[in-house]
Design a protein around this ligand. Structure first.
Ligand SMILES: Cc1cc2nc3c(=O)[nH]c(=O)nc-3n(C[C@H](O)[C@H](O)[C@H](O)COP(=O)(O)OP(=O)(O)OC[C@H]3O[C@@H](n4cnc5c(N)ncnc54)[C@H](O)[C@@H]3O)c2cc1C
Length: 812
């Protein structure tokens, strides 16, 4: 066994084998995999091993496409062929119009990744899968490349190729502990000796938290027991003359695929069971949980009704094994939050289908710092501070129970809520607030007209449309108040803070006390990594001179890791998170200044406190810090308040607002208004796949500024190449539904762009969308078509910020 290597991958299931192989493909051959037993002896050996292409966003479709292409190549390798039923096809069933509408959207998403799904009716489903009945069936989504693979052979093939490229695999070598050194390198302690390395990768499957504990972290991953059975031969299968496609059923929560001349049918029962939460027997190796068919009777019935042939055939074996879930159903692939030189590929609930792609993207992240796609949807840092075992288990159960039911827009499922609240949450609830969830925070979406108001789930504009219009009207004509909780806020102190921030931002962000600036952070490839406001506060009785760094609620762990990783040892800079201590109240509208002046001493005139100013003050008798910034496009103030004073400040603002018609508004209104102003959302519109010029952030980039900044060199090289896409604002010719992120824009059959976000603009009366499009189509007036749930509608590029184009209102 080597005593030193570059990377140690812990775990030899599909995750570990794929990561190891792909590291070698990215050019790192001094890498090892350490497995406590034999390869695939965790979950992988007993997987149903279906390989599907379906994904709800482009990254998932892209990584699964990589799996399929890789598996096909491995299967065709004459030196070591493996069993892969490639392209049997698969159908996701639907019995509601809303599900069918969703499938149309996912067809459009996949098209942008060069993948052809198809929405088919019930008769066509039955034609392609002769065992199914069309009772209570509207149709389905056809995925032509679905298939299944031999999981053990797949892992052996990957390990074999990795070994050929120089990697080593140590079987029967349990990792017993991990030590991180001052220089961030590691020693991996195993039963057969120590291995020093630069980087460790946790691919521990259901033992993820045993490995996590060795480095002092808890991963939000919980295991569920999951069962499938295999039937005896079904004569109709042999007679069909073709292999049965895969089936996925959101109506009754089961899946099936062909196994020999019978079926393999797996179930996601409502009365499901977590596994291993209180520890896992060290001898649970190549093992299964006891069969428990009683648990699945609820879903079994649905499967029998859909495939009556199942009632006439015997079951020859049952498999019940642990499968890992995270708190949103997607895996955790990337850097481990709060750690250096530590990565993970964990929480895989569809690891055979996705594993090829996960290993590919993670190897890119490890070797290059970033992958070819924006990987936020699988980033381990996307949950912050609320992911203990209990919460993870509750969300895992909910995800398991809804395995094939995709989330609709504005759908927030109820398990493990509320997780993060402020003193205002119950106050707003009493006002009738409907809440959305942002990084665990309950954030007000809008005020409901009655407690039993529940808009229907679909991709259309929903019944809340008019309520949001009314909230926006109040903001536009008078003044509104909105709580923005969970907004990420770091306090940066120390003499070198400005020099540090200058290095982090690609533009010239203000260093002046009392002023606020907006800046963008690039990665080493010169692509857009982050966005933050910086507010410079002079020394006061509340603290030393400091910069407040504010970014999206979801960015908390991501940005903290990024900033702290780039601190120089000799720099006088301290970074402290205020995210859980402070909440923002946004006061917006033409009367905002009057309300503020009525409850806070001092001169709030335009001359004394212009746009982009920051000031410490009191609202009533409570301390607050006010920023003159606007995300709505109206005159607006962000009022940052310590949570202890939040209710008091809220009462003071409401009292002062009464004379001016102050109304509450929520996140849905904010989202609509920001679309009318050309303001972007991190990880919807701001992606690591595009540079700041492609993203239309030209005015925030100063390549010639005195300080070098992260990504400068790469950005200069990119500038010489010219843009591959351009960010635009579009007007969509439809009134019943907005576009949705990921949908494709077309000219004829050619994909010319992808939607990033969309909403109705209530002040402009426009159905708006943002998109990245081919540069030739980025000028206002350019036209293309949007695939809007199966129909083609016109989309026209319009100038950004269609509401108040001169930005006069917010500066007024
Ligand atoms: C019944 C069932 C059916 C499924 N069907 C499908 C399907 O159809 N399609 C699909 O895509 N997915 C399916 N899955 C899920 C899929 O099988 C898993 O997502 C995948 O196998 C997980 O792989 P892994 O590498 O993350 O974990 P594992 O396969 O569990 O591998 C983890 C490895 O880490 C090793 N390890 C742990 N601790 C240590 C240590 N301290 N030192 C060294 N090594 C260690 C373990 O021994 C193990 O070999 C199914 C799962 C189940 C249970």
């Amino acid at each position: 066994m080597k005593s030193r290597t570059k990377v140690v991958v812990i775990g030899g299931g599909i995750a570990g084998c794929s990561v190891l192989y792909h590291l070698t493909q990215e050019g790192w051959s001094d890498v090892v995999l350490v497995e406590r037993n034999e390869l695939t002896s965790g979950t992988t050996w007993h997987s149903a091993a279906q390989v599907t292409n379906f994904g709800q966003n482009q990254t998932m479709v892209g990584l699964k496409t990589h799996s399929i292409n890789l598996y096909k190549e491995l299967a065709d390798d004459p030196d070591y062929p493996i069993n892969y039923h490639y392209a049997d096809g698969g159908i996701r069933l639907a019995n509601t119009d809303a599900q069918m509408q969703g499938y149309h959207h996912f067809v459009s998403v996949a098209k942008g990744m060069g993948v052809d799904f198809e929405v088919i009716d019930a008769e066509e489903c039955a034609r392609r899968h002769p065992l199914i009945s069309t009772e209570n069936l509207l149709g389905g989504l056809w995925d032509p490349l679905d298939g299944d693979i031999d999981p053990a052979q797949l892992c052996q093939a990957l390990a074999r190729r990795a070994r050929k490229a120089g990697a080593e695999v140590y079987r029967n070598t349990p990792v017993t502990d991990l030590t991180q050194h001052k220089d961030d390198t590691w020693t991996v302690h195993t039963e057969h000796g120590d291995i020093d390395c630069d980087i460790v990768v946790n691919c521990g499957g259901y033992r993820v938290n045993e490995v996590g504990k060795m480095m002092g972290v808890h991963h939000p991953v919980a295991s569920m027991e999951h069962q499938y059975f295999l039937t005896e031969d079904i004569p109709a299968i042999a007679e069909a003359g073709h292999r049965m496609p895969l089936l996925r059923c959101p109506i009754s929560d089961y899946y099936s695929r062909q196994e020999k001349n019978g079926l393999l049918v797996g179930f996601y029962e409502q009365g499901c069971k977590t596994w291993g939460l209180d520890g896992i027997d060290p001898n649970f190796v190549n093992a299964l949980c006891p069969d428990d068919l009683d648990r699945i009777t609820d879903v079994l019935e649905g499967a029998f009704e859909r495939m009556p042939a199942l009632m006439e055939v015997g079951i020859h074996s049952i498999v019940n094994g642990p499968i890992t879930y995270t708190i949103d159903g997607a895996p955790l692939i990337g850097p481990i939050p709060g750690k250096r030189n530590a990565f993970c590929a964990i929480g895989l609930r569809a690891g055979l289908g996705e594993g090829g792609g996960h290993g590919w993207l993670l190897a890119q992240m490890i070797v290059h710092g970033e992958a070819c796609y924006d990987t936020w949807c699988i980033d381990p840092r996307r949950f912050a501070g609320h992911t203990n075992e209990e919460l993870t288990a509750l969300k895992a159960i909910e995800d398991y129970q809804n395995e094939f039911r995709f989330h609709f827009p504005h759908e927030h499922r109820p398990a493990a809520r509320p997780a993060k609240t402020t003193p205002l949450t119950p106050v707003l609830a009493a006002e009738g607030a409907e809440f959305t969830v942002v990084n665990g925070w309950e954030r007000m979406d809008y005020i409901k007209p009655s407690p039993d108001f529940h808009p229907s789930l679909s991709f259309n504009f929903d019944e809340a449309f008019k309520l949001i219009a009314a909230e926006i009207k109040a903001v536009q004509e008078a003044v509104g108040l909105c709580e923005v909780n969970g907004f990420n806020r770091f306090e940066i102190t120390g003499a070198d803070r400005h020099a540090f921030l200058d290095r982090m931002f690609c533009g010239a962000v203000t260093k002046k006390d009392g002023r606020v600036g907006l800046g963008y952070l690039l990665n080493q490839q010169g692509m857009v990594k982050g966005e933050a406001t910086v507010a410079n506060l002079p020394a006061s009785d509340r603290g030393p001179a400091r910069a407040w760094y504010g970014s999206a609620a979801a960015a908390e762990l991501h940005d903290m890791d990024w900033l702290t990783q780039h601190l120089n040892a000799d720099e006088d800079v301290q970074i402290r998170s205020l995210t859980n201590d402070q909440t923002i109240l946004v006061l917006a509208g033409p009367k905002a200044r009057d309300v503020l002046s009525a409850c806070s001493r001092g001169d709030w005139s335009k001359q004394a406190f212009p746009w982009l100013s920051v000031r410490e003050c009191y609202i009533g008798f409570s301390p607050a810090t006010v920023l003159g910034v606007s995300f709505s496009g109206e005159l607006a103030y962000e009022i940052h308040v310590p949570n202890a004073s939040l209710y008091a400040v809220y009462l003071a603002l409401r009292a002062a607002g009464e004379a001016h018609g102050l109304k509450l508004f929520g996140a849905r209104a904010v989202d609509s208004m920001r679309m009318e102003k050309g303001f972007l959302h991190w990880k919807a519109d701001l992606l690591t796949e595009f540079d700041p010029f492609e993203t239309g952030l030209d005015r925030f980039v100063k390549p010639g500024k005195a300080a070098d900044f992260i990504g400068k060199e790469a950005l200069l090289a990119r500038m010489a190449e010219g843009p591959r896409k351009k960010f635009v604002t579009l007007k969509i010719d439809a009134t019943h539904a907005p576009a949705h992120g990921g949908a494709s824009l077309l000219q004829g059959e050619t994909v010319v762009g992808t939607i990033t976000s969309a909403d109705w603009g209530h002040r402009t009366g426009l159905n708006l969308a943002y998109a990245f499009v081919d540069p030739a189509l980025s000028a206002p007036g350019s036209t293309m078509e949007l695939e809007l749930y199966g129909a083609r509608v016109a989309a026209e590029v319009i100038p950004a910020s269609p509401y108040d184009q001169g930005f006069d209102l917010m500066r007024s």
